[in-house]
Design a protein around this ligand. Structure first.
Ligand code: PBG
Ligand code: ZN
Length: 328
């Protein structure tokens, strides 16, 4: 290869015109999914202290907001239920009934905002009293077989409510297979499964657990979520979920795991999502508040890097500010 002075890489960067013609395509709003926290009741929009700019919404208050994000072309939403604490039990049955605000939200949003794809996060940690992602066994961590049963029932309930897809995030072995079976045998063979296939036991979920009141009591999540360094296991989890029938795979969190996104993308031809989680969002807000960086510039860099790593879909709290971030 010819080096300097024949080769001057700065020629590619010198002027805005040339930088412009070489600019990599930014993420498209169509590939963005906005996570939304739904609470029971009416006429409430409660700020989430640990996540500036994000709220817990009742279904009626979120509709106008969804209209706005649909107008800027955001492709989808991921719904998280934040039910009343009083209804929570050890078996998470709250998820199946009228105490689960997501069920009502799905059918209303499907009717009112037809252009947006609706995914329902499918886990029990927001519905169990102990904050476990499934039904706790003797050691306090989720019992795999018993958790599969309630997870597949809940997935079916979301499909019946009209979700385009369910997004199992409990990291139980075999969950995609069980959920697929239950959907198919009940006439929902067109309902998608977006699997949180490679989900790490991460400290970056802190603000989310505050927002969703879903922090685990007793056992932490390391009996089912991946250890930070477990790259091979992470790729294998995604390959297994593909073989169990997942339609879309996911790596979560995103920024500390960009290598996992890139390696997973090499291992599959299924669409790959990345979840730019609460901690990744809130720490940028925290830094910007202190004047240690520009909020929108840091957000833009986050989203471009996740796309560059290979994500086809980005699930991000920045979605509702997409136009500010990319100055459209
Ligand atoms: C539920 C779930 C969590 C997140 C998404 N689904 C929390 C957890 O596993 O404790 C985290 C999302 C975020 O931090 O933005 N299992
Ligand atoms: Zn969970």
């Amino acid at each position: 290869m010819q080096g300097y002075p024949i080769r001057r890489m700065r020629r590619l960067r010198k002027s805005p015109e040339i930088r412009g013609i070489l600019a990599a395509p930014p993420p498209s709003p169509a590939n963005m999914i906005w996570p939304v926290f739904i609470i029971p009741g009416k006429n409430k929009k409660i700020p989430i202290n640990s996540m500036p700019g994000q709220f817990r919404w009742t279904t009626d208050t979120v509709l106008p907001q969804l209209e706005k994000i649909a107008k800027i072309g955001i492709g989808g939403i991921m719904l998280f239920g934040v039910p009343e604490d009083s209804g929570k039990s050890d078996d998470g049955n709250l998820a199946l009934g009228s105490g689960n605000p997501v069920l009502k939200a799905i059918s209303l949003i499907r009717k009112e905002i037809p252009s947006i794809a609706i995914f329902a996060d499918l886990c029990l940690c927001g519905y169990t009293r102990n904050g476990q992602c499934g039904i706790a066994g003797a050691d306090g961590s989720p019992d795999n077989a018993r958790s599969l049963e309630i997870l597949s029932k809940t997935g079916l309930a979301y499909a019946e409510a009209g979700a385009h897809g369910v997004a199992p995030s409990a990291m139980m072995d075999g969950q995609v297979c069980e959920i697929r079976k239950s959907l198919d045998s009940n006439g929902f063979s067109d309902t998608l499964i977006m699997s949180y296939s490679a989900k790490f036991a991460s400290s970056f979920y802190g603000p989310f657990r505050d927002a969703a009141s879903s922090a685990p009591h007793g056992a932490d999540r390391s009996s089912h979520q991946l250890a930070c360094g477990a790259l091979d296991q992470a790729v294998m989890e995604s390959i297994l979920d593909e073989s169990e029938g997942a339609d879309i795979l996911m790596v979560k969190p995103a920024l500390p795991y960009l290598d996992v996104i890139a390696k997973t993308k090499e291992a599959t031809r299924l669409p790959l999502a990345a979840f730019n989680v609460s901690g990744e969002y809130s720490m940028i807000h925290a830094a910007a508040e202190r004047g240690w960086g520009n909020l929108l510039d840091m957000a833009r860099e986050s989203l471009i890097s996740i796309k560059r790593a290979g994500a086809d879909i980005i699930i991000s709290y920045w979605s509702d500010r997409f136009n500010d971030i990319f100055q459209k």
